[in-house]
Each structure stands twice: as C-alpha cells, then as structure tokens.
Design a protein around this ligand. Structure first.
Ligand code: GTG
Length: 369
C-alpha cells in the first residue's frame, strides 16, 4: 500500500481553515445520538476495510496518461487550476453560484444517504476534484471514502484538504481514469464495495462514446451493493435541447456574462445518436472553455438500467431550489451556507440562476443481486 494514500495525519487542522459549509451545516452525528462523537470502533476503520492491498497488482489501472485526447485537455485544465483557499474563494465573481451549487449537492447527499446507524457507510467519489464534497460527506456520517480523479493535482489538493479538515471518516485518494478502465484493474477487491457512488459534475465527460459511458456505469454497478445509490449532477439535456431549438439557424452558442455553451457542430435537438455530442463550456472563474458532451437523459437512464441501476429521482437545480428553499431542513441550511441574492433573500441573482439552471441532479438505486 502506498503510504501517500493513507491519510491519517490529522494534526494540521485550524479553525481559520473552516469553510461556511464546515462551520454551518448540521452534522448527522450531532443529530443522532447513537452515532455521535468520535470514530467508530476499530472494525470500522479503513485499515481493516481496505487491507491486503497489493499496490503493484492494482496500480496498472491508474494511468500513465500517454494518449493525448479530450481527457488530457480536461485533465490539463483541472491540473492547472490553483486551489485558492477558502478566504480568496469568498471573492470569486461567481461565489453566489458556487454556494448555490454546493447547497444543491448537500441537499442531494442528505436526501439519498441511507440513515443507518448499525452499518458503516462507504462512499466512492468518481471525479472527486479538489475534495469539495468532503465536508458534505462528513456531515452525512460516512465511515469510509475513496476519491478518484483524472487530474492528479486536484487529487493532491483533495488529500491536503482531507488532512486539514480531519473528517470523521477514513479516506484514500487515487489519480486515474475510471471512465476508460475497469474498476477491477483499479481498486483491489477489498476496496470495491460501496453504499454510494457520487458523480458530481463529471458524468458528461463519459458521454464522449458509448464505450466510455458503459464502462463508467459498469464500474459503478460493480462497486455498489444491492440497494446502493448512484447520485450526481450533470448538465440538463432538456435545457440544452430547448436552447438549441430557440437558437437562430446560424448561431451555435448561448450564455451570459458568466457562462457560455458553444457547439462546434450544431447537433439535432433530439441528440441521436446520444454519444459524442461535443460542446465547449465556459464558466467564469471555474471552467475555461473545456470540451464536454451532452448526456441525453433518457439514453443515460436506459443504459443505466442495463447495469441494474434504476432511476429513483431526477430534478433540475431550479426545481430543487423552488421546492426546498422554504423547507425546515434545507431552507435553513441555505441561510447557513449563505446562499443569498443581492437583496439578502434566499437564492441567487438572475445571471447566476441562468447558469445554475443548466444542471440537474439525479439518484439511481442498484437493483438485482
Ligand atoms: P468549482 O470546482 O470551482 O466549485 P467550488 O464550489 O469553488 O469548489 N462546474 C464544475 N465542473 C467541474 C464542471 C464541469 O465539468 N462542467 C460544467 N458544465 N460545469 C462544471 O466549480 C464551480 C462551478 O463550476 C460548479 O459549481 C459548477 O457549476 C461548475 P471547491 O473550491 O472545491 O469548494 C467546495 C467546498 O470546499 C466549499 O465548501 C469550500 O468552502 C470548500 N473549500 C474551498 N477551498 C478550500 C480549502 O482550501 N480548504 C478546505 N478545507 N476547504 C475548501
């Protein structure tokens, strides 16, 4: 086992490093007395779960990144993005949108994390990035976490954040591409059993080809136990279809001052065949004109079903906001996460809301054996 992946060094945490999310979100451990407090007994520790690793055997799935293609553009882009830290992040021109999207992910995670006290929850975060969801998973009361991302610099930042945050779960982080390779090549057998697989803002890269989309869903399905949950966030193909229909014939892009979607080849709004429909996405202070692919939702749902993943729920971000903004749990969470518009009301300003309306959230359940 590579010691670098074994993150148990918890001594560099300071209060000043805490984000809004960390300071303000209610922690399930605090709500449920039987899981309150310190770590669970040692049988729930990572060392016991993830034992007998053979780094030599299972490192072959991790990439040497020798073939330059779209995934290298994506990887290079995220590798080049500095981690600005929580203080500077507050001054991001899209901080409202970032808070809003993080609130949406918190809602999704809290809604679909099983509420079980007698069983440790294990999470696989495919496309973990810089570890932006570590606090959310900690609040959800999980016991084990594996984060994988194609951008090795992001993975290093995620490891650093894990050390800073000292969450109450054990974690491993890997750099590699599990959209192209079998998870069996990637993780040793004792690291392949999860209750939740999370795919936040990353599934669209897999829709470059049917092969990649299938590979990813096969990996997810293999890793989930029966009743396990696959959840995530993706661009909303209904919105993309609607915007394409509304575009004048000569136009190939839309957006506003903070985001832009640009097709190199304008597709039919029905998205057939449903793979490889490429566009470039720009979001101020986040994504700089990176190629990604439409995820036609019905095709996604149908393929997922062939891997025993059944759709439980899907909702556009804006609908989640409208439904949950006044709810007891998530409305007050919105206040605590400072998701407020320029008038001091719950929500975000119109430009940011338009960018947020580009996305939907989903949850599937693993059926079968
Ligand atoms: P982002 O990753 O800059 O969001 P943050 O919330 O700042 O993340 N978007 C993102 N991606 C990857 C895509 C994509 O592939 N396609 C499309 N179409 N859109 C994408 O991304 C910003 C926005 O870009 C997203 O909301 C999407 O709309 C879009 P991060 O810095 O990780 O912050 C998350 C959490 O971590 C917050 O709670 C922070 O307070 C906390 N945090 C931030 N920095 C630090 C730190 O230095 N230390 C610790 N401990 N926590 C930190």
């Amino acid at each position: 086992m590579n010691e670098d992946n074994m993150l148990t060094d918890h001594n560099i945490h300071t209060e000043k490093n805490k984000s809004n999310e960390e300071q303000e979100m209610p922690n399930r451990r605090h709500i449920q007395p039987n899981i309150r407090g310190e770590r669970k007994p040692t049988q729930y520790r990572r060392r016991d779960y993830y034992s007998n690793n053979d780094e030599e055997t299972y490192s072959k799935g991790r990439d040497d990144f020798s073939n330059r293609d779209v995934r290298d553009v994506v990887r290079t882009h995220y590798n080049a993005r500095p981690d600005m830290g929580t203080k500077k992040r507050q001054f991001s021109p899209i901080i409202q949108l970032k808070r809003f999207n993080n609130w949406i992910k918190s809602v999704l995670i809290q809604k679909f994390t099983p509420k079980v006290d007698d069983k440790p929850l294990l999470v696989l975060d495919l496309g973990c990035g810089k570890g932006g969801d570590l606090i959310k998973w900690d609040k959800a009361g999980i016991e084990g976490y594996i984060g994988i991302d194609i951008a090795e610099n992001s993975v290093d930042q995620a490891k650093r954040r894990y050390r800073e945050l000292q969450p109450c779960f054990d974690a491993l982080f890997y750099a590699g591409d599990c959209f192209s390779r079998s998870i069996g090549e990637f993780l040793p057998p004792d690291q392949r059993h999860f209750d939740i697989v999370s795919l936040q803002f990353c599934l669209h890269y897999a829709f470059e080809s049917e092969q990649k989309a299938r590979r990813l869903l096969e990996n997810v399905s293999k890793c989930l136990s029966r009743g396990g949950i696959m959840l995530g966030t993706i661009p909303n193909s209904d919105i993309i279809s609607q915007r394409l229909k509304e575009l004048p014939p000569s136009a190939d892009s839309w957006g506003n001052s903070i985001y832009k979607v640009r097709f190199t080849q304008r597709p039919s709004h029905t998205f057939r065949p449903p793979f490889g429909i490429q566009y470039y996405f720009y979001l101020e202070d986040a994504v700089t004109d990176v190629p990604e692919y439409v995820v036609p939702f019905e095709a996604f749902r149908a393929i997922a079903e062939t891997y025993d993943l059944e759709l439980l729920w899907q909702k556009p971000f804006v609908d989640i906001f409208n439904e949950e903004k006044n709810s007891e749990t998530f409305g007050s969470l919105m206040d605590r996460m400072k998701v407020i518009d320029s008038n001091g009301k719950r929500g975000i300003d119109p430009q940011e809301l338009e960018a947020a309306s580009f996305y939907l959230a989903f949850a599937f359940e693993k059926r079968g054996i």
